[in-house]
Design a protein around this ligand. Structure first.
Ligand code: NAD
Ligand code: UGA
Length: 462
């Protein structure tokens, strides 16, 4: 520790969510020479970070938190005191899609962001490095710098962009061994000095050639573009899944065949009921809005189609269910297996299951939801219609007496259930709609199920 003492700095992160909490825990665990404080206005979130019952479900995260908590990692609600003390401030507040006024439904809502900037400038008494960790529209750093540096205290703030690329469910591995860390800074002497300070943090555990630097605008834009490209692959394969269903081609076979082309690559080609998560849709719509605001209509329409295809895929999943089940699901019990937007997380933000369940409720189905981690969030998402759904943590109980099962999340445990036992407890004919293509369809068909998956020929007994 002593040899690093000259570099010792106080790091603060504002925003203790899915990004702020895990990323700062990793920095603290790998860099004991820094004091890392994470603050949030949400007191219950902070007390959960201070307990063994963390506010987010993320495999392996508790171990990382425990390595550093109380040593050089602190969670607090005292935002002002922490700002005063900090040399480097990461800002990781939420940047949801704007729901009001100009740009509603597309642009990023930057109110939390700007409030944070104004708080920093009000409270600070010395120069600081400000790092954008949240995902932001390109050129936000310019506005941030203007707000921060319009102070009459003679304090200078250097604003950098260090977007986060971790995925939920694999956050610990993604942070421990990232494909790259991207840091954008201005090419001025002050910008380069600040850049070096951030590189120095990551260099404690990330190989130097994976820490890449760029100008601020490239870093901001790269984050939006990375998410847009990932989502575009899913929408592309989902568009092909419909064609497969019409032609008796199998989308998994198509994915494998094209994915073995090293120029295409095999990842993010799993066809599904649709992508979810807090960021893909939000970030693409943000990109669309930015393109529109520069008058680039063709660019905007191109990226918007990725979201439109995803909406189509979610709608089509439910309309297939209805037409298959003799054109009505009214009063039929339907078990929805999985509510999280992907496996290994309790997060349900923009989960395709939300749309699926809401459409089924509109069709007056009796919906039963099961999920190992996401039922608390499901209750919040479905607050307006809780009288119309049942939630059970046991999938066997959820399926009992059901006409159909709809797989919406690819939890490993759903692959391992005793489907013979489930089949015996269901109404007949029994249907399975595998929105994630994770089950053994032939085996289920042989048990007596009618099996419908995404982009594969249906297996039915009638
Ligand atoms: P989140 O909603 O889980 O967390 C944000 C936190 O910021 C909340 O706890 C909120 O209370 C807090 N906050 C808001 N205003 C504040 C203020 N003025 N002072 C103190 N705290 C404040 O959001 P998240 O999922 O962590 O995402 C944060 C950012 O990171 C977003 O821009 C998102 O696009 C981006 N991102 C998210 C992920 C992900 O996997 N969730 C991955 C990469 C990037
Ligand atoms: C995504 C990106 O992968 C991260 O790099 C990024 O940091 C993050 O968004 C963010 O900015 O928030 P995340 O949303 O956590 O991470 O999860 P993904 O693994 O990307 O999955 C997103 C959605 O796509 C899930 O609903 C998933 O089930 C779906 N998906 C993924 C598919 O339908 N098919 C696939 O082949 C892959």
């Amino acid at each position: 520790m002593e040899s690093n003492a000259k570099n010792a700095r106080n790091i603060l992160c504002i925003g203790a969510g899915y990004v702020g909490g895990p990323t700062m825990a990793m920095i603290a665990a790998r860099c004991p020479q820094y004091k890392v404080t994470v603050v949030d206005i949400n007191a219950s979130r902070i007390s959960a970070w201070n307990s063994d019952n963390l506010p987010i479900y993320e495999p392996g995260l508790l171990g990382v938190v425990k390595e550093a908590r109380g040593r050089n990692l602190f969670f607090s609600t005292d935002v002002e005191a922490a700002i005063k003390e900090a040399d480097i401030i990461f800002v990781s507040v939420n940047t949801p899609t704007k729901t009001f006024g100009g740009g509603a439904g597309k642009a990023a809502d930057l109110q939390y962001w700007e409030k944070t900037a104004r708080m920093i400038v009000r409270v600070s008494t010395a120069d600081k490095i400000i790092v954008e960790k949240s995902t932001l529209p390109v050129r936000t750093a310019a506005a941030m710098s203007r707000i921060l540096n319009a102070n009459d205290k003679g304090i200078r703030f250097e604003v950098l962009s260090n977007p986060e690329f971790l995925a939920e469910g694999t956050a610990v591995a993604d942070m421990q061994n990232p494909d790259r860390v991207l840091i954008g800074a201005q090419g001025t002497p002050a910008g380069i000095k600040a850049l070096d300070a951030i590189v120095e943090i990551y260099a404690n555990w990330v190989e130097r050639d994976k820490i890449i630097t760029s100008n601020v605008w490239s870093a901001e834009l790269s984050k939006l573009v990375a998410n847009a490209f990932l989502a575009q692959r899913i929408s592309s394969i989902n568009s092909i899944s419909v064609l497969c269903e019409k032609t008796e081609a199998d989308v998994a076979e198509v994915s494998r065949a094209i994915g073995m082309d090293s120029r295409i690559g095999s990842r993010f080609l799993s066809s599904s009921v649709g992508f979810g998560g807090s960021c893909f849709q939000k970030d693409i719509l943000n990109l669309v809005y930015i393109a529109e605001s520069y008058g680039l209509d063709e660019v905007a329409r191109y990226w918007e189609s990725v979201v439109l295809m995803n909406n189509y895929q979610k709608r089509r999943f439910v309309s297939n269910m209805i037409s298959t089940m003799f054109n009505t699901v009214a009063d039929k019990r339907i078990a929805v297996f999985g509510f999280a937007f992907k496996a290994d997380t309790g997060d349900t933000r923009e989960s395709p299951a939300i749309d699926v369940v809401k459409q089924l409720i509109e069709e007056r189905a009796r919906v039963v939801i099961t999920d190992p981690e996401a039922l608390d969030n499901a209750k919040i998402d479905l607050a307006g219609c809780l009288d119309k759904v049942e939630m059970l943590s046991d999938p066997y109980a959820a399926a009992q007496g059901a006409h159909a099962i709809a797989i919406c999340t690819e939890w490993q445990q759903y692959r391992e259930l005793d489907y013979k036992k489930i089949f015996d407890s269901m109404e007949k004919p029994a249907f399975i709609f595998d929105g994630r293509n994770v089950l053994d369809h032939k085996k289920l068909f042989d048990m007596g199920f009618n099996v419908f998956s995404i982009g594969k020929p249906a297996l039915k007994h009638f």
